[in-house]
Ligand binder design. Structure first.
Ligand code: TTP
Length: 194
């Protein structure tokens, strides 16, 4: 095992496995409140670093740890996961017919250094009706996702176009993650080797 993934997200696990990294999963629980006056970019970067550090500090510090955070940003408004149906509807209706940014930060901590990156992707939504948002809520998909939708799931029907990294919207920007891992000598492409 070459890395610890400090995340409970099934998407991050799948994405990291996709690029052939050998890792174990060890989720952490940190406070995800936004600080007063904090920019979205600073917020995601801080959370990714805190998740990775919190996990690293509970290990013997010999294996690098990766933490990540994804948030949806509309103008300057930060959208995390919806608390309930009414918050989900509010978020989806605000995103309707507009372009928002999905920001995902990745942080890798070793005993020598902490490296991090923030990746921003523009996502353009078609116009949504209240009825559509309501039926989408009942699919169960919005609940554990920033901005209340999953581009990789049924929420794909809302997305007219994206500019940037698809994997970043799902939860882990793979090109940038591979770069961070290579810098600390964590190998990729380990599965399916001949
Ligand atoms: C926008 C969008 C977000 N998401 C998900 C990715 C993240 O799992 C989640 C945002 O929540 P996060 O707080 O970034 O992550 P998490 O709580 O799921 O996992 P952990 O903190 O343990 O790493 O939203 C999608 O799956 N699809 C999407 O299209």
């Amino acid at each position: 095992m070459d890395l610890i993934l400090a995340s409970a997200s099934p998407r991050r696990k799948e994405l990291l496995a996709q690029i052939g990294v050998r890792f174990d999963v060890s989720p952490v629980d940190i406070c995800e409140d936004v600080l007063s006056g904090e920019s979205p970019e600073h917020y995601v970067q801080r959370l990714a670093c805190e998740k990775a550090l919190e996990c690293f500090n509970h290990t013997d510090k010999t294996i690098p740890v990766l933490g990540s955070d994804t948030t949806v940003v509309l103008d300057t408004q930060i959208m995390g996961k919806p608390r309930d149906r009414s918050e989900s509807l509010e978020m989806l209706l605000a995103l309707s017919g507009r372009t928002h940014q999905v920001m995902t930060a990745v942080a890798v901590v070793t005993s020598e250094r902490t490296d991090s990156v923030v990746v921003k992707t523009d996502v353009c939504f078609k116009e949504l009706s209240r009825e559509e948002c309501e039926s989408y809520w009942w699919t169960g998909e919005p609940l554990d996702k920033a901005g209340s939708y999953g581009i990789q799931g049924m929420g794909a029907v809302f997305v007219e176009s994206i500019k940037g990294s698809y994997s970043s919207v799902v939860g882990l920007p793979l090109a940038e993650t591979a770069q961070l891992l290579t810098r600390v000598n964590v190998p990729i492409w380990q599965s399916g080797k001949v």
